[in-house]
Design a protein around this ligand. Structure first.
Ligand code: GLN
Length: 463
């Protein structure tokens, strides 16, 4: 899709201005019902149009999640505490998308904490395939925009599944690259040892196409890795690829999801891959490890939103003249959404001196065991597959009152963030018009293998 539009632009069949106007008008038309965008950046887009044939995304319409900074624009991270924050610089990942057209900034759970976009301070995003359902989260706005066609590619962030889960719920492709492949500089930090930018597109080819642009060493990110440049759109032969099928407990997993997964295994066999079941006994602790380590990192990362360094600065009023510094903090931080407060409280607890060893330290040790177990598994297989999510997109309101049931939506996605490995979600079936997703995890920097397998499955399933 992206390469076709690029060809039309290069051949002067359509101007970048007309492309921008067409996609922005679609975004404006759909936003009242979907709420995929926190800001639609029409003036910015039209005043920044530029075209250079050698830039692969020149004039291509994209949506950027609102926790990724773009100089001169508002970056809210989905939270009211940053309602008026204007970015003084752009994230490296955005600068790497040279000459793309920004349709707008994507709605998201506040600070990317959530799996449904219901934690956004700017209202929930509706799933374009069924507006009574969530689009997933936390990059729900980006996924909904791609699925409904108001942008051709989106950049989200993935700390525990936030690119893959909404992609799965909206029937599109979500790629979380290896930790260190794409720069985190300019992303609003959540769990810094887990966060990575990711790509949401309509198909696997486009995902590889965008990854080509954003996979780049960046000296401004201390965890960025120097990796040999490669063309991810050159898919490899996957015959004889060794595919590990994750042995998972079916408890809590919808039967539709299990059916779609079984069909995917058949498809993969028909492509000539060698399939075997693999056991990763410590993976059952992934969710617990994630929900200790990530809130711990959150509690440190969110300390900067104190109304002085970052976040709305509360003004004195007659009722409140801030007799102490803590009064001031309380007022400034009252803008945090409930889930943000919950994560800070959990993380402060797990890091507190009395509980540090029992929770934080122990979870770190289990993280290492999980990493090692996954690494060993890749001696035997080239990729590991599982469903992306235990259910199809759920109804708005169904899980919001029960954080634990919301956290369980991440059961299949968090492990790859724990281990830092790449993973992709592709649509693998539709039940009552709602998509299910297949997740393919690969070795560190094995993007080309997972994209190749994803591409052949996509061709076989949908063409
Ligand atoms: N749903 C997960 C969480 O709430 C993942 C979030 C993310 O990847 N940003 O932590």
């Amino acid at each position: 899709m992206i390469d076709k539009l690029k060809e039309q632009i290069d051949n002067k069949k359509i101007s970048v201005e007309d492309v921008a106007k067409e996609y922005i008008s679609k975004a404006k038309k759909l936003n009242p019902e979907l709420n995929a965008y926190i800001s639609i950046t029409e003036d910015y887009a039209l005043s920044h149009l530029s075209y250079s044939p050698q830039n692969k995304l020149s004039g291509i319409p994209g949506i950027i999640k609102d926790n990724i900074n773009i100089k001169g624009l508002r970056t809210t991270a989905g939270s009211r505490i940053l309602e008026n924050y204007i970015s003084p610089y752009s994230a490296s990942v955005v600068l790497n998308l040279s000459d793309f057209t920004l349709v707008g900034k994507g709605n998201m759970d506040a600070f990317a904490f959530g799996s449904s976009t219901e934690n956004s301070g700017y209202g929930v995003t509706h799933n374009p395939l069924d507006k009574t359902r969530v689009a997933g989260g936390s990059s729900g706005g980006v996924a909904a925009a791609i699925a409904s066609g108001s942008a051709l590619f989106g950049i989200g962030t993935d700390t525990g599944g936030s690119v893959r889960q909404p992609a799965s719920f909206c029937g599109v492709v979500g790629l979380k690259p290896t930790y260190g492949l794409c720069s985190r500089y300019g992303l609003i930090a959540m769990g810094s040892s887990f966060d990575t930018p990711g790509v949401i597109t309509r198909n696997v080819y486009d995902s590889a196409y965008v990854l080509n642009e954003i996979a780049k060493y960046d000296k401004k990110d201390s965890t960025s890795m120097k990796v040999a440049k490669q063309d991810y759109t050159k898919f490899r032969d996957i015959k004889d690829l060794r595919v590990g099928v994750l042995n998972f407990s079916e408890e809590g997993v919808d039967s539709d999801v299990i059916d779609a997964f079984s069909n995917s295994i058949k498809t993969i066999k028909s492509l000539g891959c060698k399939v075997k079941t693999i056991d990763l006994p410590h993976l059952k602790y992934s969710l617990a490890v994630y929900y200790i380590l990530v809130p711990s990192e959150i509690s440190a990362n969110l300390a900067r939103y104190d109304g002085i360094r970052f976040g709305n600065h509360p003004e004195k009023t007659e009722d409140n003249n801030f007799e102490s510094l803590s009064d001031f903090y309380v007022e400034a931080r009252s803008k945090f959404e409930d889930e943000v407060k919950r994560r800070i409280i959990i993380g402060t607890y797990t890091l507190s001196s009395g509980y540090y060893d029992a929770y934080f330290n122990k979870a770190l040790k289990v993280r290492n065991i999980i990493k090692q177990e996954i690494k060993n598994a890749f001696l035997d297989v080239d990729v590991i597959i599982s469903p992306t999510t235990p259910s199809v997109a759920f109804k708005i309101g169904k899980k919001i009152e029960n954080p634990l049931s919301m956290y369980l939506s991440d059961i299949f996605t968090v492990s790859s963030n724990i281990a830092g490995i790449p993973a992709i979600s592709i649509p693998n079936g539709y039940y009552n018009k709602l998509p299910t997703g297949l997740q393919i995890m690969g070795r560190s920097f094995g993007e080309s293998t997972i994209l190749s397998l994803a591409n052949f499955i996509e061709q076989k399933l949908w063409k």
